[in-house]
Design a protein around this ligand. Sequence first.
Ligand code: AMP
Length: 281
Amino acid sequence: MKIITKKKELQIITAKLYKEGKTIGFVPTMGALHDGHLSLIRESKKQNDITIVSIFINPLQFNNKEDLEAYPRTLKEDSKLIQDHADILFFPSFDEMYPHGFQTMVKVGDIGTQLEGEFRPGHFEGMATVILKLFHICRPSKSYFGQKDYQQVLVVRKMIADFYLPIELVMMPTIREKNGLALSSRNKRLSLDERKKAGVIYKTLDQIQKKIKHGYQNKANIEEYIRIEIMKELGITVEYVAVRKAGDLSNIMTTLPKDIVILVAVYVGKVRLIDNVIVYL
Ligand code: AMP
């Protein structure tokens, strides 16, 4: 695996690969890599000639300074973990991605202004902007994203469609710990006890999923049930619970549509975690 820090160097390589007709799979990350990231990288390796992984902690998508500063930085371990799976690791500096004078941003629509977009203002604009830049540098035919960040998947999918980008987005399932907790770089900041307790998030989503399939289908009751069950665990607070139509996150009025997604954001102590399940009725 080659580690590249300069965009110019990577652009020369990807242009050459493109000319040769090689397929490029791209996995954008912010590092502190775990098995969730690895599942994306493995799939890319299976489906493409070359796999590029990027590690860039993008300040533009952090609305909370403390969260940005506390974000784990583990390049050595990261490159070790993926060295047999990825061909290129792109690890640019801030100046490399945002040279002096940079001012153009991607503006997201409805899909990205609610839920995460509401509680983390500017998050998706920053994310979409850096992803668009990375797409242009890496020239992938396929790019891999995790369902764990479901709203992110929808925002990027919409950007790809709206900007006619010749890229296929592949969404991969959420990889979880034994107790159901979705793997996340932020889990590194949880104490052992918090990690255990955080199992309640998926346990509740899994329970409600089964209840819905057995006819428990009132949207307000579902949201209330999840909020109460999760908050039973001391030290965990719920920021939002939302039952929405899968695919576009549109609001549900009365009867549940065929495909729904249940999204939650919670604080476990000081650490903010998100999770979701898609329920096919
Ligand atoms: P991040 O480094 O958190 O920006 O994540 C990079 C990519 O890995 C995103 O597409 C995430 O959705 C994905 N990802 C993160 N955690 C998981 C997980 N537990 N399972 C599957 N994909 C994940």
